[in-house]
Ligand binder design. Structure first.
Ligand code: MIC
Ligand code: SF4
Length: 748
């Protein structure tokens, strides 16, 4: 991040923060300081947590290669010559893990050349920094190079909040949001409520940063953070490294939180210095008071945060979460009993460490420390062990410091610096496609089908050091903290707690960093898209609303239970066509559980009555008949990834309305942006009223207004009707998007 930009921001803060203290009549939390400092127009802006829509000016935009394709295609529609804010593209999601870093990289570059050429040429043209495949995972590279205390960033990836580890407000959004901010528009978000987490005690022994967030997931659940910022502070924070703080903020995405962040401290300054940013560290130190909450807030948090959670780190046990949801949490000491009770396969088939969540130097070194102990005792890993370094810097440093050699000694495979198995880019051959089996990883997501495409895989998440110890035990029934194993000498072996310095004593090693700056004369660069490409398709604007109410639309799908964006628009092999709206729409709702029939991904065509059809084929048939359709959804609908394909595919294939018990934040915005109507049952139990064969009308659309309920009529096959009330959160401007057919149409 250019130091001048940081300096200008810090210089602007005192007067803005004073104005806010006066206007609010009270001291400020850190989240408020950053939001206020980035207000598009502080004087005109309404501030009301949970109610007001904030218009903000972001310092930076980050894109990755899977969601970034749509973000750039949308940005291009705005017709601007250059991006208005510093932006970068990171090639990390499209690299498939198969046999190890070297071969996987070669394969990826050939397989994805078309997409990489597009991203590369568009970056060059529009003034965007380009991080080549192999350079690292977006959030790790951003933490190492761009994140800074007090900044505001948005990124087309839900784990963008990783940068909160350096005291930044970093928010995951859909590609359309990024495209607009890059085009120079203010960015909008619902003024978040604030959860304060006061940390006391100290992290020590086996307990690591991962346990803070897995514990909180158990406490607050996957929707506990929706439209809230989680702000961490208190004396315990000093015992967590900057990268550990990053882990906690990263996985705050699993709480559904708008973002998470820590107050600026010495650990952050140390990390900034270790990553060649001593100038920014010094600036932050000189402006410390603006980069933490006001003292009154820290002294009496209950008065200033909407919720306060107290957490004594000295009492915290290592945790493990899963299967199938990141909030299914328990201390590792309680796992064995639960595995028996539930009848889960105890044998661990694969152990994986790394990913954007947990691939710091400290993570790798602590894991290697655990592995060394076992090796010294003559033990062998019982489980295949895969390592995903987060960046080229981490990779080179663990290679230099012998950490990789340790992993190789236990039979581990080092994968490319990329997402790989975390996003289903994993070619696995050790189990059958529907075979129930268990894996453990230090990743952040564990929805069914997420890692290897098989819903029969049970995925558990925990810290990398616990994953490493479990790889030696080979079973979930082992507790690395209290348990013993028998060594080859017949003696009992017990691990001692992992140890590591937080930053490499010799500094980070450097390799090929893989960065390419944009062209100086961008107007002369052409964007590379092949006509008739299989992977990329220029976008056509969606049609405007025709001004009519929606009358007797069929229900394409009523989903039951967890409906994440991975259920609506699965990743894995589908990542190939993330830039091609028509082709990717073939995956629509493939993972969604049909509440009427109990099958996944299939349903009954409401016109022809044919059953067992994929939702895409039904939607395409309805579209061909000129019919729209609706979706009925359950709680926290659209949880997980920021991928806007989960909104664009339904929109493209004729969806008009999505009515649910509750929405996850990013997805709700994505639906609005693409011109869909997101409605929420006023009475959640009304979900039960929708049955197979019903039709749905939405009336009074011409009178759509902010905060005004919308009537929905259910038409039963016997011609009786039931009218229910639904609510929406659209502002005037967002209603404009609906009428124009999309936010992008409204812009033009
Ligand atoms: C994820 O972790 O789910 C992803 C893959 O990084 C997504 C982005 C995507 O779907 O491309 C996310 O978190 O937003
Ligand atoms: Fe990549 Fe996984 Fe991180 Fe998403 S969560 S950015 S897929 S490593």
């Amino acid at each position: 991040m250019a130091v001048d930009q940081v300096k200008r921001l810090y210089e602007s803060m005192p007067s803005k923060l004073d104005a806010a203290r006066r206007r609010f009549g009270r001291p400020l939390t850190l989240a408020e300081k950053i939001l206020v400092a980035h207000a598009d127009d502080f004087a005109k802006q309404e501030w009301s947590r949970g109610k007001a829509q904030l218009r903000l000016r972001v310092d930076r935009v980050s894109l990755q290669d899977a969601t970034g394709q749509m973000a750039l295609l949308q940005f291009m529609q705005a017709g601007k010559p250059q991006v208005a804010v510093p932006s970068t593209v990171h090639c990390d999601h499209l690299i498939r893990a198969q046999t190890g870093a070297a071969d996987d990289m070669k394969r990826a570059i050939t397989e994805n050349s078309e997409v990489y050429n597009f991203l590369h040429s568009a970056s060059k043209k529009y003034g965007i920094g380009f991080w080549k495949p192999g350079a690292g995972i977006i959030h790790q590279v951003v933490l190492e190079n761009y994140a800074f205390p007090g900044g505001l960033m948005i990124g087309a990836d839900s784990h963008t909040p990783n940068a909160g580890g350096l005291g930044m407000i970093a928010i995951g959004v859909g590609g359309a949001d990024c495209g607009e901010a890059m085009a120079g528009l203010a960015w909008e978000v619902l003024d978040p409520k604030l959860i304060g987490v006061r940390l006391t005690g100290k992290l020590s022994g086996w307990t690591s940063a991962k346990d803070v967030i897995t514990y909180l997931l158990g406490l607050l659940t996957v929707k506990g953070g929706t439209n809230k910022i989680v702000e961490y502070f208190g004396p315990g924070a000093a015992s967590i490294s900057a990268t550990g703080k990053g882990t906690i903020c990263n996985m705050g995405a699993e709480l559904g939180a708008t973002t998470s962040l820590f107050h600026f401290d010495d650990r952050m300054a140390a990390y900034l210095r270790a990553t060649d940013r001593a100038d920014i560290a010094a600036l932050a130190e000189a402006n410390r008071e603006h980069l933490v909450a006001d003292p009154e807030v820290q002294a009496d948090p209950a008065k200033y945060y909407d919720e306060v959670v107290d957490l004594d780190l000295s009492e915290l046990e290592p945790h493990i979460v899963g299967p199938h949801s990141p909030d299914r949490a328990r201390p590792i000491s309680k796992l064995a009993a639960e595995v028996k009770k539930e009848g889960w396969p105890a044998e661990i088939k694969q152990a994986l460490i790394g990913s954007c969540t947990n691939s710091s130097y400290e993570d790798m070194k602590r894991s290697a420390h655990v592995a060394m102990q076992a090796l010294k005792a003559g033990l062998k890993a019982r489980t295949p062990f895969l390592v995903t370094p987060g960046s080229e810097r981490i990779y080179q440093t663990i290679k230099r410091d012998g950490i990789m050699a340790t992993f190789e000694q236990i039979g581990g495979t080092v994968l490319a610096n990329a997402c790989g198995p975390c996003i289903g880019q994993w070619k696995r051959s050790d189990v059958g496609s529907q075979e129930s089996n268990t894996i453990v990883s230090s990743f952040n997501r564990n929805f069914p089908g997420r890692n290897d495409g098989s819903a029969a895989t049970l995925s558990f998440l925990t810290s990398p050091e616990i994953v490493t110890a479990l790889a030696f035990a080979g079973t979930l029934e082992f507790d690395p903290v209290h348990g013993t194993m028998i060594g080859p000498d017949g003696k009992a072996f017990r691990f001692t707690p992992p140890e590591s310095e937080e930053l490499p004593a010799q500094g980070f090693a450097k390799g090929e960093e893989g960065y390419e700056a944009p062209a100086a004369d961008g107007e002369r660069v052409a964007v590379d898209i092949l006509p008739n490409s299989e992977r990329l398709q220029l976008l056509q604007p969606f049609p405007r609303w025709d001004g009519k109410d929606f009358i007797e639309l069929p229900i394409l799908v009523k989903t039951k239970g967890k409906t994440t964006t991975d259920h609506i628009s699965p990743a894995g092999a589908w990542l190939r066509v993330r830039g091609h709206l028509d082709k990717i729409s073939d995956n629509m709702f493939l993972g969604a559980l049909n509440a009427f029939t109990g099958e996944a991904g299939k349903g009954v065509n409401p016109v022809t009555g044919e059953s067992g059809k994929t939702f895409t084929s039904i939607a395409r048939d309805l579209k061909a008949r000129g019919m729209g359709w609706v979706v009925i959804g359950d709680e926290n609908y659209g949880e997980g990834s920021s991928r806007e394909h989960a909104a664009m595919s339904p929109r493209y294939l004729g969806c008009k309305v999505v009515i649910v018990r509750s929405f996850a934040r990013i997805h709700e915005t994505n639906l609005k942006k693409q011109g869909l109507l997101p409605l929420v049952f006023a009475r959640p139990s009304d979900y039960a009223l929708f049955e197979q064969g019903d039709r749905v009308s939405v009336r009074g659309l011409a009178e759509l207004a902010p905060a005004k309920p919308v009537d929905v009529v259910i038409h039963k096959p016997d011609h009786t009707t039931v009218t229910i009330q639904t609510n929406h959160t659209m502002t005037d401007e967002q209603i404009g998007w609906f009428k124009a057919g999309s936010a992008l149409n409204a812009l033009k």
